[in-house]
Design a binder for this molecule. Structure first.
Ligand SMILES: Cc1cc2nc3c(=O)[nH]c(=O)nc-3n(C[C@H](O)[C@H](O)[C@H](O)COP(=O)(O)OP(=O)(O)OC[C@H]3O[C@@H](n4cnc5c(N)ncnc54)[C@H](O)[C@@H]3O)c2cc1C
Length: 285
């Protein structure tokens, strides 16, 4: 199907792009890699009156260190993230879609889109990242725990552009893992679990951040699992018991690919696998 008619602008600067969004009064959409937005426009699930293509703006694609923070520009592609050896984020980017998708899709686009089956939202949520955005009222930083609001909805305002993702360094004996059960055709996550686990010297869990995608209306932190792990020795038995809480309190999705019961089951199994691998890696394995 063809998209509804729309205007197109390709500003050369962030200021111009923000101005274009503000002038459109909520009717415009940012265009980055186009791998989520264009399919939605073709299905007429999105009908923006204007596309503001940020692809011609210089300086939005980079990966650099600022002290112990890894800083990634919004237009950095999944393939570039995959090659950068960033704990958890690179292994997650490596399992997004296929090569074509990873070469066009951007980190900023994936987070701003907040697809309930997207992989990268889970990784950045588990990593405790921060999001930088710029809009007509200037720049602000949004903690990741406040960023993913609801299905396909984030804390970004209509005139705001996500510019940067800031990932804090892992501290102490920390291990990470992303485990995914992909939809066989698209590779989107039917269930994906990102785990960041920090162990004390005696192998007790000092802290855990577990983020799950594909299961609920949006990516979420499995706080019941995190609490069940905290202070416990990282044994197989304790991890399995904690993982049983992976879908607690979640309105679990059901569709032609997986029923709610099956997805809830996957959430438990993949949480156990992700936490086990994170623990092994924290122990140097
Ligand atoms: C066949 C196929 C398979 C896929 N498989 C997977 C998969 O396995 N896992 C997965 O996670 N994803 C998958 N994707 C989605 C892919 O990762 C997308 O590229 C990504 O979700 C969106 O990034 P984009 O740069 O293409 O954004 P776009 O499509 O350009 O934009 C998406 C949305 O975000 C907004 N936006 C984009 N950039 C910004 C910004 N900087 N500031 C504010 N708003 C912005 C747009 O306005 C739009 O609403 C798949 C896509 C396809 C087509």
């Amino acid at each position: 199907m063809f998209p509804a008619p729309f205007d197109y602008v390709a500003p050369a600067s962030l200021d111009e792009a923000v101005q274009a969004l503000a002038n459109a009064g909520g009717e415009a959409k940012v265009l980055a890699g186009g791998h989520s937005l264009l399919p939605m426009m073709k299905l007429r699930l999105a009908q923006p009156s204007m596309l503001v293509d940020i692809g011609k703006i210089q300086g939005l694609s980079y990966i650099r260190q600022e002290g112990d923070v890894t800083v990634i520009g919004a237009l950095t592609t999944h393939a570039e993230v995959e090659r950068a050896n960033i704990p958890l984020l690179s292994e997650t980017a490596a399992v997004v879609g296929d090569l074509q998708v990873r070469n066009r899709g951007t980190l900023g686009g994936s987070l701003a889109h907040n697809d309930p089956a997207g992989d990268l939202p889970a990784a950045v949520l588990a990593l405790g990242a921060e999001i930088k955005a710029v809009g007509k009222n200037g720049e602000r930083t949004i903690p990741i725990d406040q960023f993913f609001v609801d299905l396909l909805t984030t804390a970004l305002r209509e005139d705001e552009i996500l510019t940067e993702v800031r990932i804090p360094a892992l501290k102490g004996r920390t291990g990470v893992s992303y485990k995914k059960f992909p939809q066989p055709a698209s590779r989107y996550a039917i269930c994906g679990v990102a785990a960041v686990v920090t162990l004390g010297a005696d192998n007790t869990v000092e802290s855990a951040r577990i983020a799950i995608t594909g299961v609920g209306p949006k990516v979420y932190r499995a706080t019941a699992v995190e609490q069940a792990l905290q202070g416990k020795t990282a044994t197989e038995e304790n991890i399995k018991a904690a993982a049983e809480h992976a879908a607690d309190g979640v309105d679990v999705n059901g569709d032609i690919h997986a029923s709610p019961e099956y997805r809830a089951h996957l959430a438990k199994v993949f949480t156990r696998r992700a936490v086990e691998e994170a623990v092994r890696r924290a122990q140097g394995g």
